[in-house]
Ligand binder design. Structure first.
Ligand code: HAM
Length: 419
C-alpha cells in the first residue's frame, strides 16, 4: 500500500464542507473590500524566495522543497505567496496600469518542517496583498478585514490580534545594534539556533519558542522604544484607526515575523486552543519587497490565514454538514431505470440534487440507503409504476406515501413545495 507523503494530508468530504464555507465567506468579504482574485504557480525560481523572503531565514535555509529540473534550473515549491504575487504583479506590468491594486489568493504552500498537530508540510493559506499605498488607515483596514472574517466564521472569541512595529531602514539598524549588544552579554544562555541567529538575524531571537531564550527575550530592549519619530507616529495612528474601528488588539513587542521582507507594522492572530501552533494568521507591511525583486518602488501590506488551523477552530465550535439530496430514486428492473434515469437527469438540470440507485438491490436495501442519505423524497419505480405511468413517492419527513404522474413537472412541484 503506497501512503501519502509525510506531512501531506488528504482533505475528506466531511472536512471540505468547512473549507468551502471558509473560502466562500472569505471570497465575499475580500471582494467587498475591493480585492480581486489572482492565481499564481506552485513552482517558482529558487532565487525569488532567496531574494524575497531572505536567504538567512529558517524558511529559506531549512524548509524549502528545492530541486533541479531537467534543464538544470533551480526551482522551489512555494513556501508562501507574498513573493510570488509580487513577482506576478511586476512581471505582468500590472503596476503600469495602476500601482494601487489589491489581490487575494487561495492555495497550498510547502515547507519541510517537522510535522506535528497543526503543522503540515503541505498546508493552505488565504492571502491578501494590497499594493501602492503606505498609510496607517490601510493597515488598520486590512486588520479589520481579518477580524471581520473571524467574526463571520464565529471564531473571533478564540483569537487575539497581536501587533508590533519593527521599524524602518533608518531606525531598525540602531535597535539591531542595541539588541546584539544585549544578547551578546547573555550569549551562553541562548539555544544553539539563537546563537546562530544572533549573528545573522538577531530579531528572530525574540521569537524563539525555547523557555531559556523566551526568558532572555522578555528582558531585552524593545523596538517600540527605539522607533524613529516617523515610525512612532505611523504606529500610533494605526492603533488609533484600529481603536475607532472597534478591532480589539494587544501590542506584543515580541512579534518580529520570520520573513525578512517586513518593515513597519506586523501582526499575528493567535489562539490558545491549538497547542504549540498558535498562529492562525499573520502579516504586515513590506515596503521594499518589490524593489528587492527588481521591480518598481511600490509599498505593500497583507496577511495570510492558515486554512487548516482556521478549520480546526471552526470544528471546535460548530458542525457543518453536506447538503443532502432531495430525491432518491429506488428502482426495480431495467424498465424502471429507463423511466427514472431521464427524470433524474432533468432534475439535476434544474439544479435539484438527487440520486438514483444503479445496483440491482432489493427495495428494502434501497430504502435503507434512502434513509442513510437523509433524503426528503424516495421515488419508487417498480413494474407496477412503469405499467401505470406513475411514480410512488414516499415523503420521508411526513411519513406519507402517494402516487404522481411520471412527469418532470410533478417532481419539480414537489421540489418547489419542499423549499
Ligand atoms: P507565515 O506566518 O509564514 O506568513 O504564515 C501564515 C500562516 O500560515 C500562519 O499563521 C499559519 O496559520 C499558517 N502556516 C504556516 N506554516 C504552516 C504549517 N507548516 N502548517 C500549517 N499552517 C501553517 C506568511 O506566509 C506571509 N506570506 C503572510 C503575509 C502575506 N504577509 C504579508 N502578506
Amino acid at each position: 500500500m503506497i501512503k501519502a507523503v509525510r506531512g501531506f494530508k488528504d482533505v475528506l468530504p466531511e472536512d471540505t464542507v468547512y473549507w468551502r464555507y471558509l473560502e466562500e465567506e472569505a471570497r465575499t468579504l475580500f471582494e467587498s473590500f475591493g480585492f480581486r482574485e489572482i492565481r499564481i504557480p506552485v513552482l517558482e525560481k529558487l532565487e525569488l524566495f532567496q531574494r524575497g523572503i531572505g536567504s538567512t531565514t529558517d524558511i529559506v535555509e531549512k524548509e524549502m522543497y528545492v530541486f533541479e529540473d531537467r534543464n538544470g534550473e533551480l526551482l522551489a515549491l512555494r513556501p508562501e505567496a507574498t513573493a510570488g504575487v509580487a513577482r506576478a504583479f511586476i512581471e505582468n506590468s500590472l503596476h503600469m496600469k495602476d500601482p494601487v491594486n489589491k489581490y487575494y489568493f487561495f492555495g497550498p504552500m510547502f515547507r519541510h518542517e517537522r510535522p506535528q498537530a497543526g503543522r503540515l508540510r503541505q498546508f493552505h493559506q488565504l492571502n491578501v496583498e494590497a499594493y501602492g499605498v503606505k498609510s496607517p488607515s490601510l493597515d488598520a483596514e486590512i486588520m479589520a478585514m481579518l477580524h471581520m472574517l473571524t467574526q463571520k466564521l464565529k471564531i473571533d472569541d478564540a483569537l487575539h490580534l497581536e501587533i508590533n512595529h519593527i521599524g524602518c531602514p533608518q531606525c531598525r539598524p540602531i535597535y539591531r545594534d542595541i539588541l546584539i549588544n544585549f544578547l551578546n552579554n547573555q550569549k551562553e544562555k541562548l539555544c544553539k539556533d539563537c546563537k546562530r541567529r544572533l549573528e545573522k538575524n538577531p530579531l528572530r531571537v525574540l521569537d524563539c519558542k525555547k523557555e531559556g531564550c523566551k526568558n532572555i527575550a522578555s528582558q531585552a530592549p524593545q523596538i517600540i522604544d527605539y522607533l524613529c519619530d516617523q515610525c512612532k507616529d505611523y504606529f500610533d495612528k494605526t492603533l488609533d484607526y484600529l481603536a475607532v474601528s472597534e478591532v480589539p488588539f494587544v501590542i506584543n513587542p515580541m512579534i518580529v515575523r520570520g520573513l525578512d521582507y517586513y518593515t513597519g507594522v506586523v501582526f499575528e492572530l493567535t489562539t490558545d486552543e491549538l497547542g504549540a501552533q498558535n498562529a492562525v494568521a499573520a502579516g504586515g507591511r513590506y515596503d521594499n519587497l518589490m524593489k528587492e525583486l527588481g521591480g518598481p518602488d511600490i509599498p505593500g501590506v497583507g496577511f495570510a490565514i492558515g486554512v487548516e488551523r482556521t478549520v480546526a477552530l471552526m470544528k471546535k465550535r460548530y458542525t457543518l454538514e453536506e447538503e443532502t439530496p432531495l430525491f432518491f430514486f429506488a428502482v426495480m428492473g431495467e424498465e424502471a431505470k429507463r423511466v427514472a434515469l431521464p427524470l433524474a437527469l432533468k432534475l439535476r438540470q434544474e439544479g435539484v440534487k438527487c440520486e438514483m440507485e444503479h445496483s440491482d438491490k432489493s427495495l428494502k436495501s434501497q430504502m435503507r440507503k434512502a434513509n442513510k442519505l437523509k433524503v426528503r423524497f424516495t421515488v419508487i419505480v417498480g413494474e407496477d409504476e412503469v405499467r401505470k405511468g406513475v411514480l410512488t413517492v414516499r415523503d420521508m419527513e411526513e411519513k406519507k406515501q402517494f402516487e404522481i404522474q411520471a412527469q418532470i413537472s410533478e417532481l419539480l412541484k414537489l421540489a418547489e413545495a419542499a423549499r
